[in-house]
Design a protein around this ligand. Sequence first.
Ligand SMILES: [Fe+2]
Ligand SMILES: [Fe+2]
Length: 183
Amino acid sequence: MAEFLTDVKTLRERARQEIDKGPITVAYGADLPRVIQVCNEALATEIVCTLRYKRHYYTATGIHAESVAAEFLEHAQEEQQHADWLAERIVQLGGEPDYNPDTLATRAHAEYDQSTDLVEMIKEDLVAERVAIASYTEIAQWLGDGDPTTRRLFERILAQEEEHADDLRSLLERLPADLNRGG
Ligand SMILES: [Fe+2]
Ligand SMILES: [Fe+2]
């Protein structure tokens, strides 16, 4: 078995240094300021996604609106949870979560949408989920072993975004063809 550990004496000495950094030790292997920035971009994405799903939930109308709106609401609540997890991680890393509404939309990866048509809403949500899936996949790969906790957080969120995208695709497939015009 390969020897991987720094000796106990050195580990204990290092742990006493820079205690103001909390969980960040010399073993931290990622670019910390960049990780905080990436987490803040994901936080902005999650907030914009929460707002978009809320907008869709409250404005969904038509004969099929009820079941679709229930899905929008569930997704809104999960995006809010993702935002909270990210803010919590940013603080653990010694950063500050950026909730500035002036720059939220430009910092987010996914877009807001104010469609009034039910099918358009679902399609825009599916596109936003696919944006999040692609960017979180890249972020998780980029983090690699440098920051396994942040990587696992992105993987956990990613799994839910994939469920969201699948839910939306199923909704599009279940809606009658006359509603689902143009594909
Ligand atoms: Fe999310
Ligand atoms: Fe999502």
